[in-house]
Write a protein that binds this ligand. Structure first.
Ligand code: MRU
Length: 348
């Protein structure tokens, strides 16, 4: 299978698969400045929590390269501005803030270095973020695979695959590891309105992998769950609070309620970089609201009447009590989550 690389760094430029265009066009978007990376994250050229974290890390590296010819003081000032801009590019996925914080820490700890040496170190750190995410994905995949029956029908939401990370994926990484280990799978992929990450991106990844899959409209999921057609539900997360509440793509909460009502296991698959230990519960998580046209238009074509008001939150929060387990690279966390999270935090 040809490896899907959501992003790659090539001599002064960040090359990203343009996810706005998939699956009809497989084209790259090339960012040469941190402002272009900021745009790519905002406009969802690249999306998915770990992928935007890695993109932001490279955004800082591009900024450092851009300002390399300035004197140290101006270099540091401009770099700080880049960190601020990238940190604000999207508000919910905490991997973004995690990556910016990691880069800021590295910069602060090495501020005595000359500009060029510091710039090289920043790029090296961005590479490390990427390499680490790949290993984390595999570890999550292996842990998650332990809860997948030999023959299983899996329901998933949004895109949590290679496109959403820089490895094999979070929830879709578990699907991949289960598939590679010879399990007999059927995956139902929610289309995931309004941006259709399931219909456009997950469907594309599953087809490329040769994993048996069916695309469904979001409103089909409840019927499949009630009718006993789903063995396990796997979703990702954009931010997990310290009590286990998990923010993920809009529609995830609804799935969790139906899963609980019908006793279907519901797993959140998320790396520890997606855990925000500072958020005590889901109430502390900022939910991004996106533009109305995502709801009123499909592929740029308006179908809703002019003048209709729109409410378009990009994420919702699934309460910890609806979650069977949180699969991380360190193992599977179970309730009571506050205690499990605190214990996990001590190991990091
Ligand atoms: O708005 P998006 O496409 O960035 O949202 C992505 C999701 O909600 C994913 O499920 C989440 O990032 C976890 S998978 C890496």
């Amino acid at each position: 299978m040809e490896k899907i690389l959501s992003l790659k760094y090539e001599e002064g430029q960040l090359v990203m698969i343009d996810q706005r265009k998939l699956p009809l066009q497989e084209v790259d978007f090339v960012a040469r400045t941190y402002r272009e990376v900021d745009f790519a994250i905002k406009d969802m050229v690249i999306r998915g929590a770990p992928a935007i974290g890695a993109a932001a890390a490279y955004g800082v590296a591009l900024a450092a390269r851009e300002f390399e010819d300035l004197d140290k003081e101006d270099f540091m000032k401009n770099l700080e501005e880049a960190l601020e801009v990238l940190n604000r590019s999207r508000p919910t996925a905490v991997n973004l803030m995690w990556a910016v914080k990691r880069m800021r820490k590295l910069i602060n700890e090495n501020q005595n270095l000359e500009v060029k040496a510091l710039s090289a170190l920043i790029l090296e750190e961005a590479h490390k973020v990427t390499v680490e995410d790949q290993a984390i994905n595999i570890a999550m995949g292996d842990h998650g695979n332990t809860v997948i029956p030999q023959k299983a029908t899996i329901l998933t939401h949004c895109n949590t695959g290679a496109l959403a990370t820089v490895g094999i994926g979070t929830a879709l990484g578990v699907v991949r590891q289960a598939h590679y280990s010879g399990k007999d799978l059927l995956v139902y992929a929610d289309e995931t309105r309004p941006r259709l990450q399931g219909g456009r991106l997950t469907a594309w990844e599953l087809l490329k992998e040769g994993i048996p899959a069916r695309l469904i409209a979001d409103s089909v999921a409840a019927t499949l769950i009630r009718d006993g057609k789903i063995d396990v539900i796997l979703v990702g997360a954009d931010r997990v609070a310290g009590n286990g509440d998990a923010a993920n793509k809009i529609g995830t909460f609804m799935l969790s309620v139906v899963a609980k009502a019908y006793g279907v296991p519901f797993y959140v698959v998320a790396p520890t970089t997606t855990i925000d230990f500072e958020s005590r519960s889901g109430e502390d998580i900022v939910i991004e609201e996106r533009e109305a046209t995502e709801v009123t238009h499909i592929e740029g074509v308006r179908f809703a009447p002019e003048g209709i008001e729109v409410y378009n939150p990009a994420f919702d929060v699934t309460p910890a009590e609806n979650i069977t387990g949180i699969v991380t690279e360190k193992g599977i966390l179970k309730a009571p989550y506050t205690e499990a999270m605190a214990a996990l935090r001590r190991t990091l």
